[in-house]
Design a protein around this ligand. Sequence first.
Ligand code: SF4
Length: 408
Amino acid sequence: MSHQIDIFAAGAQRLQMNESIELTIQSMQAYGPSHDHWGVAWSGGKDSTATLTIICWLLDTGKLARPKTLTVFYADTRQELTPLAISAEQIMDELRERGIAVEVVRAPLDKRFMVYILGRGVPPPNNNTLRWCTRQIKIDPMEEALRKRIEGLGGNILMITGVRQGESAIRDRRIEMSCGKDGAECGQGWYQQVLPNARGLRGRIATLAPLLHWRVCHVWEWLRHWAPEEEFGDWSTAAIADAYGGDEAEELNARTGCIGCALAQEETALETVLRNPQWSYLAPLRGIKPLWRELREPQHRLRKAGLERLKDGSIAKNPQRLGPLVFEARLMGLDRILSIQDECNRVARATGRPLINLIDAEEEARIRELIDAETWPQGWEGDEPTGDVVLETVYANGAVQPLLFGSD
Ligand code: SF4
């Protein structure tokens, strides 16, 4: 009996998959032909990988007419989970074997996540409204790469993203910008909404999310069972589904993002990866998220003592705000990350498993150089008190609440 139900469920799943794919084809056929040049904004996560591989399959099988050029822009944040980074490398090889142009897009050295925090001293991001990281390690480098590409093409480009919102998005037409919500892949909503309005790109780029309507179970089904089949392209995508939990992933709306992302409630992907004996040696990575939390504590940061005047003479909002990381905290963070890296790599070397690369030699040298040069983020001099020093309270209207000392 249960077997019959399984067969029915599998059949229904396949039917829905076919419908989803058909809608994808229709949206590509409606918008693709009006653009000679296509790009894919790919992060190596589940949604954008499904998008990329299905587009390639549709082109290979003639279900879609080929554009004049197709460029895959791989957003390499240097913060991806190891199994996903390895899968991305494999898929890049497979793309190049097919003659598809792949461009690896990375932030410049000083703007990379680790260098910006541990070298420049900018505190780790802590919420969805003030996060600097998505723009800096994903959006800005992508904008730059696209600007250059468009200059070379002399035309406009259709940028294909992996934004996927399932049925609710079709109803309310809302693209989720926050990476922490509903399993969205960090950055894809920004690519969809922000890129078309970026300086130098306005009017030269259109975006399309051909998997917008896909349910998450279809993404897993595609990555795990369809794309690896020869008839669908023989892609190395099953490892991506495995990284998120293999068969359990069918029901899981897992988000994709950086290792230790301070904005994710739980590190679902990392914990899933660690349950696999092949990746259990990465357990020290669990230490990254608490490190970012710890570094945001007041004793590790400077604080504006009194009222802060802006260039135009007005008073800055948020008086006595906490600011950058002091040098000791940066060195402590650097040491902690390098120890985590060493611990993983010791086991990796002993057991023949992949090495991890959280901070490479160039990044470490730059972090130390920035600390040695006593670098502070803009607006900070380094002579401000640390956040744990007790100060008079200053209010946004300039009023001061003096320190009250008890008398005997
Ligand atoms: S995954 Fe998290 S840490 Fe990475 S860019 Fe997105 S919000 Fe920032």
